[in-house]
Design a binder for this molecule. Sequence first.
Ligand SMILES: [Zn+2]
Length: 464
Amino acid sequence: MPVQSQVDAVLAQVDAGLEQSLERLYELLRIKSISTDPAYAAECQRAADWLVSELAELGFDAAARPTPGHPVVVGHGTDQAGPHVLFYAHYDVQPVDPVELWHSDPFEPQLKEGADGRKIIVARGASDDKGQMMTFIEACRAWKTATGTLPVKVSLMLEGEEESGGKNLPPFMEAHRDELAAADIALVCDTDMWDRQTPSITTMLRGLVADEIEITCANKDLHSGMFGNAARNPNQVLAEIIASLRAPDGSVALLGFYDDVAEISPELKAQWASLGFDEAKFLGEVGLSVPAGEQNRSVLEILWARPTCEINGMIGGYTGDGFKTVIPSKASAKISFRLVSGMDPAKIRAAFRQHVEERLPADCSVKFTPHGGSPAITVPNDGTHLRQALAGLSSEWNKDAVITGSGGSIPVAGDFKKILGLDTLLIGFAHVDDQIHSPNEKYDLESYHRGIRSWVRVLAALAG
Ligand SMILES: [Zn+2]
């Protein structure tokens, strides 16, 4: 473990070198690595090559590895000390349109004063994810410059297709499993802080299972004057089935749905309660006031730690202009479940299908089309790496770092677990108002500076 005086020297290096560090970030931001548009393929390659030369300069054995799409940059540090971390970020960016809404060239980074007086870096990718990625690389640079070495063994895997589906990354990880799985823990820098003063590590990501169902009654559409009352209406059947999916208390009514759902620990519950999350504001911003879902649980808990059932779409009968008194032959719906740790997607899909089939009246049939099917990801809250990383973050921000969940999913974290057997710590320094994917994307200069400092301390803490 590095001694405090070493850490202090590295932090001083970060502060003294901030200006040059920004110049390097700007160089990367000037590269138009829009992954989804084939016109920018050469720019994606250029970004990958730029990263390879940065990493090589820091002593990494690095290369831009080809895939059927844009390259994956992989680098391995030659320092052997301590645990082995595998860092992930992505170098590709979203398209910039509508470009007329940008106040400056999206690929000519500007240091501006934000509305609230904070200094902000404005450019496509400033936050998502080049700025975030560079916080880690620059922390490595500061370690190397100040001490000649890294406190832990570091490998990096930098993706070029995160914003365009990322379909080539899982096969790449499969093909290089032995090489990549040699790490002890994965670090991902593509998430937000809890707020501008409070660093966080996201350890819970929900999984997803979805089914499209199509219910057929009569073998053709019918006239309600001729067949009304005599013919079964699939819209009615579908509506009754959908209504039966939730109990009046807001819980999901599938048999065994909650069997494998664990309650969160009282400590985590208390920590989330202390975050001061404003439920009224959260709902108010989308024009709502009363939380749906399970009663007697906080909104954060039902977002992060409880499974859902949502009806994403319903199609049936005549929906065009005017009116048509039809009894349709078919009705369909798209229904999805967000899953939490412990739930088996296959078991939930089977329970759902059984629930539907048991409620089908005579003369009706159902066809299921599966979508999704990924389990939730949870990093054990008592893990050593998590504890160390929390301590590293807390020491930089002079405030306890918090453990958060995410209602959505970050596929790469699932792949780290499934393909490489690695737990992932999601540590990021972005903010919800960074306007990622939108015009005038920005990153706080402080996020960049203190993000680098945070990684310096996290790497020291992970050294044990
Ligand atoms: Zn991103």
